[in-house]
Design a protein around this ligand. Sequence first.
Ligand SMILES: [Zn+2]
Length: 297
Amino acid sequence: MAKSFYTLIVVPHASPRLRKLKLPARVLHVLAGVGVLCFFVAVALGFSYIKMAFKAADYDKLQAENTDLKVQKRILEVATVKLGEKISNIENLFQQIQTLVEGDSQKRAKVNVRAVGGSKIDYPTAELLGSANLKDGIDLLRDRTAEMENQLMLFQEVAEKKATIRRSTPTIWPVKGSLTSQYGNRADPFNGEGEIHLGVDIGALFGTQVRAPADGKIIYAQRKAAYGNLIIVDHGNGFTTRLGHLSQFAVKAGQRVRKNDVIGYVGTSGRSTAPHLHYEVRINDRPVNPRNYLPRG
Ligand SMILES: [Zn+2]
């Protein structure tokens, strides 16, 4: 088979001679193939470059974000340490408040036991300062604040209980006056025989206001034999008080009263020689010496 050729004719403008270039067809086909290949390689390289350029832009952005995050982490670490120190200070205050809230050591022990609940862990500040892991530090602070929350709720419970007990414990003089007869053994004022006086007598002018010695409920307000006109107040927690020989009632049975409310007036009703208030304090209905509940004066 005869070889096919292509002849390229070059016509220079400056000279009348033509230049002829005779090339075998196979060489031209190879050159065309190489040209097409080069085109595709160039296109592929172009895409690859564009892709890399985008990646580089992403990398710069990520690096900037990384730097920013590192700064944020450092700020958080410092804040965590400072918070840890703050919590340590609050814990110290807790201890002081606990001593104030809890008068006696028995109750303090009780609160401690309940607050601990078998889970209390001591986290010294130094431990927090040395904590390399931010998450650990935050976990420690979360545990400590949760413990403080529990303890505060116990304080609240104790404080509320104390406030209730304080309000319902007879701590004031029901009338202003002087003690004319003490609690306990005495000579009967009528016949001189020995008797046990279940309360104290407070001398006061006829009609003087008689006040509730504590918060409570009037459970009795009527005449009763030797007591004369008698009021019995139930203060809760086992406490009752009896106020006798009244001239008048200012309350009715079933009524709730607050400490210092006027509940009646001094008289001499019942077995009495002169106007005075017979005052009894009972715990679980057993008379105790009212002197123990009367402030000095
Ligand atoms: Zn009496």
